[in-house]
Structure formats: C-alpha cells, structure tokens
Design a binder for this molecule. Structure first.
Ligand SMILES: Cc1cc2nc3c(=O)[nH]c(=O)nc-3n(C[C@H](O)[C@H](O)[C@H](O)COP(=O)(O)OP(=O)(O)OC[C@H]3O[C@@H](n4cnc5c(N)ncnc54)[C@H](O)[C@@H]3O)c2cc1C
Length: 323
C-alpha cells in the first residue's frame, strides 16, 4: 500500500500498517508548513473540550489513552504534568466553569487564584483563576516525527517518490482536498501561526505545565519544551497563505506575556505558519472513498493527539477490505 503524506498521520498509519504485515511505502512533498512540523504538541482533549464538539472530545479522550504505549514504543518522552487553563476576566472564569461541568472531578479541577499560583508560581498578575486538567499530556512534535520516521524504516516502510500500491491512503493533511474529488469541498486549510521561544541563562525556567489562557477574548497556549516554550496559535480562514503576519506575532507575544510575564526575556527563535486540515464538522475523515482509496485526513486542531487512534482505524479498514 502507498501512503500519500508523511506528517504525523501518514507516518503513524504507515508504521501501524507495516507492523500489521502490510507492505508500505510513504510519499511526501516535504512541505515546511505541514501541521505536524509546526504544531504545539498538546495532547489535551479535556482542556480543548467545548460544547457542541462532543464527538471530537470523545475521540480525543480515546486517543489520549493510547498515548503512553504509543510514546513508549517509539521511545518518545511525554510531558505529563497536565494542563492549566487560566482566565483573566469574569467571562473567562464562567466559561471554565461550564467546561468543568462537562467532566467529573477526577478529570478537571476548578482552582482559585491562590491554588493556581501554587501550581505555576510565575503566572502574571492578570490571571484570576483557572482549571487544572491533570491527565492531559504534551509531546515534542519534532522529536515525535523523527521517532516515527525511524520506526517506519525499522518496520520495513520505504520512502518513495512515486505512488504505487493496490491501496492508497490519502493522509496529506490540508492538501488532501486536491487529491480526490470526494475530499474537494470537504477538506480546507486552516492557517495557524505559532512561535518558538528559547530559555536564556538568568531567565525564569520554562513552565512545568502546559498553560492555556484566554486574554481579551483570544486564546493562547504555552507548551513547555526542555529549552523553552511553544506559543500558539492563531487561526484564520486564509487558504494557503504562508506569511507570518505582524498582527499574529504581536497578539501571540502580548497574550503569552500577560499569562507568563517571564517569557519576555526569552529569545524568539522561530515564527512559523502551518495548516490544519479543517472538515465541515471538525471531525476527521477516516474511511474508504472508493475501492483502493482510503482517506485519513481532516484532523484539524488535534492531529497529533488523534494519530494513534486514526492509525488503528486505518489498519481495521485495511483488514476489513474495501467496503
Ligand atoms: C499552529 C498549529 C498548532 C497545532 N497544535 C496542535 C497540538 O498542539 N496538538 C494536536 O494534536 N494538533 C495540533 N495541531 C494540528 C496538527 O498539527 C494536525 O492535525 C496534524 O499535524 C495533521 O497531520 P497530517 O499528517 O494529517 O498533516 P500534515 O502534518 O499537514 O502533513 C501532511 C503532509 O502531506 C504532504 N503532502 C501534501 N501534499 C502532498 C502530495 N500531493 N503528495 C505527497 N505528499 C503531500 C506534506 O508535505 C505534509 O508533510 C496544530 C496545527 C497547527 C497548524
């Protein structure tokens, strides 16, 4: 079989299929704007939960349960201190109370201002309270991609420039819409800008938790890395526009600094644009499109999180035949 797309979805599918006994090749155009390359790395279905997206949340929770084994098999380290979601206005705190209501107490805890600062002492004065999700995870997405490529090679996957296989899996993220008529009006690019900041000697250490915040109605997140943080992300319907805009960088830095003032002393090492693969209901498209062609795309904001879940689904489809 041939997998078109070598992002986290294509590689996870290829690795799982090779381990299930299929002969697999992967074809990738090497876009620097692949979502998998620029992503923040949150594995956070609970902190990302929202009313009306119950299917997305349920899939995410299922996928999260696969991550400890998935990461261990790849030799990838997980950040397991959980997510803190902070609010800076009474409206934000009301939103958080609504999210807490969707889950039980072991999954999510509402915290007052004092309690949240005990977890993350360097939060800024504008933070008024928040919620703690102890079970959320995070991963360094670039470390993950390297580990997946290595695992694929070890499992016998080849990396080819021509697509040749009895079955083709379309896993080309935001670009999938141009690869099959059934995906044409279904998958669209959703642009996102994201920043990478590095710790410098003498500055505060990176946060120990993933921190999400709402500032002036905009959401921002800071995902810890060993040497700094990833700050994301804007979200626009702008087609395949690859420019990093002044307004995008300004808003991300201002909002991140409001949540965690210490990052002002960090080095800004990268500003990048990536594309999420949007679908009409934000639910991924993982199914046979026609005999011999499977789609594994449309993972929008959650492709890293959902990768082991989607890979298992595609192997089930392959074993069941092209129904
Ligand atoms: C700013 C940003 C932050 C994000 N943060 C998170 C996060 O914290 N957690 C999370 O779970 N998700 C996050 N996401 C979403 C996640 O990155 C995507 O859902 C995921 O990367 C999708 O993976 P993919 O393999 O489907 O697509 P991609 O990673 O986009 O990969 C598609 C690949 O297909 C290749 N390709 C395209 N056209 C062709 C072709 N014709 N032939 C061959 N190859 C082709 C490209 O070169 C590319 O490598 C984020 C996304 C963005 C943009």
């Amino acid at each position: 079989m041939a997998v078109v797309g070598g992002g986290v979805i294509g590689l996870s599918v290829a690795w799982a299929a090779a381990r299930a006994g299929f002969s697999v090749s992967v074809h990738d155009l090497g876009s620097p704007h692949a979502g998998s390359r620029v992503a923040g790395g949150m594995l956070a279905p609970v902190a990302e939960a929202w009313h009306g997206e119950e299917t997305v949340t349920a899939q995410g929770v299922e996928a999260l349960s696969r991550w400890p084994d998935f990461a261990a098999a790849l030799g990838v380290e997980l950040f397991n201190k959980g997510t803190i979601t902070v609010g800076t206005s009474p409206g934000d705190l009301a939103d958080l109370r609504r999210i807490v209501g969707l889950f039980n107490n072991s999954e999510v805890e509402l915290l007052n201002n004092r309690a949240i600062r005990q977890l993350e002492p360097s939060l800024g004065p504008a933070v008024r309270g928040g919620m703690f999700v102890p079970g959320d995870l995070a991963v360094d997405n670039r470390q993950l991609l390297s580990a997946l490529r290595k695992a694929c090679v070890e499992a016998g996957v080849t990396f080819d420039s021509t697509v040749d296989g009895r079955v083709v899996v379309i896993a080309a993220g935001a670009w999938s819409g141009s690869l099959h008529p059934a995906l044409k009006d279904v998958i669209r690019p959703v642009k996102g800008e994201i920043l990478r900041l590095s710790w410098r000697p003498g500055t505060l250490p990176p946060p120990t938790h993933t921190i999400r915040g709402s500032v002036s109605g905009r959401s921002v997140y800071l995902v810890p890395r060993k040497d700094g943080v990833v700050v994301g992300a804007t979200q626009y319907e702008a087609g395949f526009d690859t420019d990093v805009t002044v307004a995008g960088v300004r808003d991300l830095l201002r909002d991140a600094e409001t949540v965690l003032p210490g990052i002002a002393e960090y080095a800004l090492t990268e500003a990048a644009v990536g594309f999420r693969a949007g679908s009409p209901d934000n639910v991924p498209v993982v199914r046979w499109l026609e005999p011999g062609v499977i789609a594994a795309t449309g993972h929008h904001r959650n492709g890293l999180l959902l990768a082991p879940h989607t890979a298992a689904l595609v192997v089930e489809l392959l074993k069941g035949g092209s129904s």
